[in-house]
Design a protein around this ligand. Structure first.
Ligand code: SPV
Ligand code: MG
Length: 670
């Protein structure tokens, strides 16, 4: 593509501004002139050749172009009859340089925004810039539009017309038709009219489409008044701000492409989503907030990087009042739609605008995300994340998983509501559910080898951190091996309960014979476990059974402090009462003395308490310990019965997940 810039005019209406140099050399912003701005933007857009027609002060103009030192090749064509001809004649003189190429045609006094140039260059057809929002000018160009195409361009048309600016992009075949007619005009001596007069003759075989720039800057400077208005607009442009938000921890070419477009609209402020916000709707970020912030701060053209604490843009938009918000068009539907609606509403309240670009749904980006997710499943990375998540969020949640498929449910279930995402932070490998899945009682009968196998099945298909129900931990001599194995596998936390002898499930309480370990003996087990631990972030949590076994609150508290003293990384307090009072009392009294050690609860019986209530009271981990098992197996029983009752499967079908959905639960490996 070649640029053709018409600079043969006298510019007499500019008064003293054109007494020493051509109009295009008039300064519009500091030392920047109309011409230097045009050429700079053209070369930034990748144009390398410019044909420039000259008239008065041709030498000065040529020297000036050289002095700009831009990577542009110039061809100057002088129209020495500039006093008595119009630019139709200048184009005719330059014709041999303008064949067999696409042409970007500009008048030399046109000042435009970079985004206007981008749109013109991206157009797939021949286009002329018009503005549907500007009033029709008395004297300047207007374009008549019929059937979506421009059929006439001139100052004299007012019907079915829009304001038009002399910036065209021509496909070579369309340009050839116009150029041929321009030559015919000049051959007949018709050199005093507009080149558009020639276009109007052949518009039927030269498809030219309007490109609506609305209120973006794209105006000619004809008078000193125009100069004042445009200089002011350029100053405004320089102060415009653009806001974008990113959650990514890898910046790929798709991000760079959208950043490059956004920064053309103004000073680009990048909101970087906090780790907590990323976790809530996507996955644990591989790179923490501070590093992601630095990543964006170092991208050229990013003006400022700020923190965005929620998925909602409200706080930052109200603070920075950005003129534009830029986003991919992927949020027009799906869970992000409420976020978009809110952005539109906030922008409308102060006159900002939303600009959306097509979202790059490329396979290589999907594959990149897959690789990032795989990283999260690696033992070291998975193990260390639970501690970080507790520190980051204050309260985390875990749900029971006892197989690959329940692991996938724990991993993938996300609920979006009001522009917020919720998902479980971790998985609980429950002794009760692991045993139940194997048809065995929860009495430490399923041995560690089998329990590790369950962990491995789950780990193979998931990335979330794992909390392992270690029952009593077994003999201290065995427990030290268990700790090392769990660490090596990438488990984040083991919880062992202070019972001894034949362990039964806590939810039986005192209905069955169960013996609580002594404080000394259990502390010795904890100490041995901590000593055996090899990695930094693994956590051994002590579970107190005093309330279950009705040994009293004082016993529970005494044990809690002793266990922390022995090195426990957290305390789980259990209860089988529906009323959460004893749990609340324990938490309150523990927190009076120990504000930091993580507290874990399993609200199977006291299930009315919300996560928020637990958080406010100082709980850090909420485990939904058995709900998938308790919901899944009864459903299976009902289906089995229904088939037996009907001697066929039809009646049970409505109770079953369609095969297609089962398949979508299981990710295909590529
Ligand atoms: C389990 O899920 O196996 C537990 C929690 O240990 S509870 O069943 O409440 O004892
Ligand atoms: Mg258990």
């Amino acid at each position: 593509m070649k640029a053709l810039i018409l600079n043969s005019g006298k510019g007499t209406r500019m008064g003293h501004f054109t007494s020493q140099h051509p109009k295009c050399m008039t300064e519009i912003q500091g030392k920047e002139t109309i011409l230097s701005r045009q050429l700079r933007l053209l070369s930034q857009a990748g144009i390398t050749k410019a044909v420039i027609t000259t008239g008065p002060f041709a030498e000065a103009l040529m020297d000036y172009c050289d002095s700009l030192e831009l990577p542009l090749e110039y061809i100057f064509v002088n129209n020495d009859r500039y006093m008595d001809t119009n630019y139709i004649y200048s184009i005719c003189l330059a014709r041999d340089h303008l064949r067999d190429d696409d042409i970007l045609l500009l008048h030399g006094d046109l000042v435009f925004e970079e985004t206007v140039l981008d749109q013109v260059l991206e157009a797939e057809t021949s286009v002329m810039t018009v503005s549907s929002t500007a009033a029709l000018p008395e004297k300047d160009f207007k374009a008549v539009i019929a059937g979506g195409r421009i059929t006439r361009v001139g100052v004299e048309f007012f019907n079915d017309a829009v304001m038009a600016q002399p910036m065209y992009r021509f496909r070579r075949e369309d340009w050839a038709a116009w150029l041929e007619e321009i030559e015919a005009f000049c051959d007949r001596g018709e050199t005093g009219c507009y080149a558009e007069n020639a276009f109007n003759r052949i518009s039927g075989r030269c498809p030219l489409f309007p490109l609506d720039v609305r209120d973006a800057l794209c105006n000619e400077i004809d008078t000193p008044e125009d100069l004042a208005v445009i200089s002011h607009k350029l100053r405004e442009l320089a102060n415009r701000t653009v806001y974008m938000c990113f959650s990514t921890d890898v910046v790929h070419s798709g991000h760079i492409a959208i950043i490059n477009r956004a920064k053309k609209l103004g000073k680009l402020i990048v909101g970087v989503l906090s780790d907590e916000a990323v976790c809530s709707y996507k996955r644990f970020p591989l790179i923490p907030y501070e590093e992601r912030k630095t990543l964006f701060a170092n991208i050229s053209g990013v003006y400022q990087v700020v923190r965005q604490d929620t998925l909602s843009y409200r706080e930052n938009l109200e603070k920075y009042r950005a003129d534009y918000v830029v986003h991919g068009d992927d949020w027009q539907e799906g869970f992000q739609k409420p976020l978009r609606d809110e952005v539109v509403e906030i922008l409308a309240s102060y006159g900002g605008r939303l600009v959306e670009y097509p979202y790059a749904r490329e396979e290589k980006y999907r594959a990149l995300e897959e690789r990032m997710r795989f990283q999260l499943s690696l033992p070291d990375i998975r193990r260390s994340r639970l501690k970080k998540a507790i520190a980051m969020k204050g309260l985390i949640t875990a749900i029971e998983a006892h197989s690959g498929i329940t692991g996938l449910i724990a991993e993938k279930t996300i609920v979006y509501r009001d522009g917020k995402g919720s998902q479980f932070d971790a998985m609980w490998i429950s002794s009760l559910c692991d045993s139940t899945a194997k048809g065995k009682p929860d009495i430490e009968l399923v041995d560690m080898t089998s329990r590790f196998r369950t962990i491995d099945d789950i780990m193979e298909v998931t990335t979330k951190p794992i909390i392992f129900d270690g029952d009593t931990g077994g003999l201290t001599e065995h427990f030290v091996y268990t700790v090392k194995t769990l660490e090596r596998m990438g488990v984040s936390m083991v919880i062992i309960e202070d019972k001894t002898g034949l362990k039964k499930n806590s939810l039986f309480g005192t209905e069955v014979a169960q013996t609580q370990d002594t404080i000394e003996s259990f502390c010795a087990k904890l100490r041995a476990g901590k000593k055996a631990q090899k990695t930094r972030d693994f956590m051994i949590v002590a579970r107190i059974e005093s309330l279950i076994l009705e040994a009293g609150m004082e016993d529970a508290l005494t044990r809690a402090f002793a266990y922390v003293e022995a090195g426990a990384d957290g305390i789980m307090i259990h209860s089988r009462r529906k009323d959460p009072a004893e749990i609340f009392e324990f938490v309150a009294r523990f927190r009076e003395k120990d504000p930091t050690t993580p507290l874990v609860v399993v609200p199977t019986s006291f299930h009315s308490v919300t996560e928020e209530e637990f958080r406010e009271r100082g709980v850090n981990v909420v485990i939904y310990a058995n709900q998938l098992t308790r919901s899944g197996f009864p459903a299976m029983q009902t289906v089995a019965k229904t088939i037996l009752e009907n001697h066929r499967a039809k009646e049970a079908d409505a109770m079953c997940m369609p095969i297609k959905e089962i398949i979508t639960l299981i990710p295909a490996e590529d």
